[in-house]
Design a protein around this ligand. Structure first.
Ligand SMILES: Cc1cc2nc3c(=O)[nH]c(=O)nc-3n(C[C@H](O)[C@H](O)[C@H](O)COP(=O)(O)OP(=O)(O)OC[C@H]3O[C@@H](n4cnc5c(N)ncnc54)[C@H](O)[C@@H]3O)c2cc1C
Length: 405
């Protein structure tokens, strides 16, 4: 299928996409008119530019590079970064709603936007020099450039502090060596924010640009999850990095962790979007599918599944809204963000599994979004801190004892 041609089946499925935001607790009344406008414009964008094509992209493991510019045009990159630097100048609830709606389309598409905004633009904005902000942020915000974030290494995932990627001060430049693995956007990225140790073992962020000799980004193939997102490695073989590319504002593991807090916040909203899409599809299927002469939605066991889905979605909506207000006030803590990321992905996966059952055999096909969401959410459960690491962050919050070192 050509990437952007609507066939008859797609037109039919677009018409069926009558998504109605579940809102049993009137959470919408907590949103401003601007929030609702942002949500509906992103929803329209996803419905037009992602939903009709995503199944084909995912089946073919194709990353639609043209979406990068489109995301830039609708303001999906760096919504909370000030306007003067090419961001959206919006609050954290707006950011959350954008991630929710994009992930209602697909977690891989949301990953592209999250990485660009929270893991590339955010560190350049927070820790970068004024010259770095001016050079990189407008191009990243507009989607002219795509960025990636290199923290994880082949031998250091949950324990990034053990990283071996390093740089040496050569007088007029730094010499960077090492490798990063599982890096979203890397195969197509123009810019990488890379975390590496200096000669004293202190972690710093460096901006590495495509084309620097010795820098390569081999793609990772064979994923069963986030198939429409490009994932790869970052390999640094004596890469000469100009000294002005070091992020001067913050060093130590706390710097990448601050970026991850911002991205994990977006994930908490995004996972809710995937859950809503599964619920919506299951609710409509339950009303349309006839067995034993009645819609399957008339059977108590199906109603139980739908009732439990809506209950969890409603709780997660309230959690996200409250976390968003704390983010806006600058008061949200790592433990609060871990709780929301962990809870919302878990409920989204449970909802995807229940929705899969409601769809019966059809649930395993690409006719419905369920299996794609379910497989995607397995990555979301693991990246940016695994489900168990977030549990241990909460364990430390409760007991004061760190159990993961
Ligand atoms: C599709 C995808 C995209 C990604 N994108 C990026 C990206 O853009 N940038 C980036 O830097 N990284 C990225 N990652 C990497 C991701 O953040 C890591 O996979 C994650 O942090 C886990 O690391 P690991 O895979 O090495 O697992 P490991 O750390 O090896 O963990 C394996 C298992 O051991 C458990 N475990 C580990 N330590 C402990 C402990 N102390 N106590 C209890 N249990 C423990 C974990 O919970 C897990 O269940 C991505 C990953 C995926 C799958």
């Amino acid at each position: 299928m050509a990437t952007h041609t609507l066939d008859k089946k797609t037109v039919k499925s677009l018409k069926q996409d009558a998504f109605d935001h579940p809102d049993l607790y009137a959470v919408d009344s907590l949103l401003t008119a601007e929030h609702k406008l942002i949500r509906s414009s992103i929803r329209d964008f996803v419905k037009r530019e992602i939903s009709p094509y995503i199944e084909d992209w995912a089946q073919r493991a194709h990353f639609p590079y043209e979406i990068v510019k489109k995301f830039g045009d609708i303001g999906a990159f760096g919504p909370t970064i000030p306007l003067e630097y090419g961001g959206g100048g919006l609050d954290y609830i707006s950011y959350g709603l954008i991630m929710q709606e994009v992930e209602r389309g697909d977690s891989g598409m949301r990953s592209t936007a999250s990485v660009q905004g929270s893991l590339v633009m955010y560190p350049i904005y927070k820790f970068g020099s004024e010259a770095q902000r001016k050079k990189y942020l407008p191009k990243l915000g507009s989607g002219e450039w795509l960025g990636c974030f290199g923290l994880t290494e082949p031998d250091h995932g949950s324990n990034p502090g053990g990283m071996v990627t390093n740089f040496k001060d050569m007088g007029d430049h730094y010499l960077l060596n090492g490798a990063k693995m599982w890096i979203s956007n890397s195969p197509k990225a123009d810019v990488a924010v890379v975390w590496a140790k200096n000669e004293e073992g202190r972690i710093h962020g460096l901006i590495v640009e495509r084309g620097m000799p010795g820098f390569s980004t081999p793609e990772t193939h064979g994923k069963w999850s986030l198939r429409a997102s490009a994932t790869g490695e970052l390999v640094f073989d004596n890469v000469k990095v100009p000294k002005e590319n070091l992020l001067p504002g913050k060093s130590g593991l706390g710097a990448p962790m601050m970026c991850l807090d911002s991205a994990r916040y977006g994930i908490a909203w995004g996972a809710l979007g995937a859950a809503m899409d599964c619920y919506d599809s299951a609710r409509r299927y339950a009303l349309e599918r006839i067995q034993f002469g009645k819609p399957i939605g008339s059977f108590q066991l199906i109603q139980k599944k739908l009732a439990e889905m809506l209950t969890e979605i409603t709780k997660a909506q309230l959690l996200n809204w409250r976390l968003g207000t704390l983010m806006n006030e600058g008061k949200a803590t790592t433990a609060q963000i871990s709780l929301a990321k962990r809870n919302n992905i878990e409920i989204a996966l449970d909802i995807a599994r229940e929705a899969r059952q409601i769809h019966g055999g059809m649930g395993i096909t690409g006719e419905y979004p369920i299996m794609r969401h379910m497989a995607n959410l397995e990555s979301v459960l693991t990246y940016e801190g695994t489900h168990d690491i977030h549990l241990l962050i909460l364990g430390k919050e409760i007991t004061g004892i760190q159990a993961f070192v």
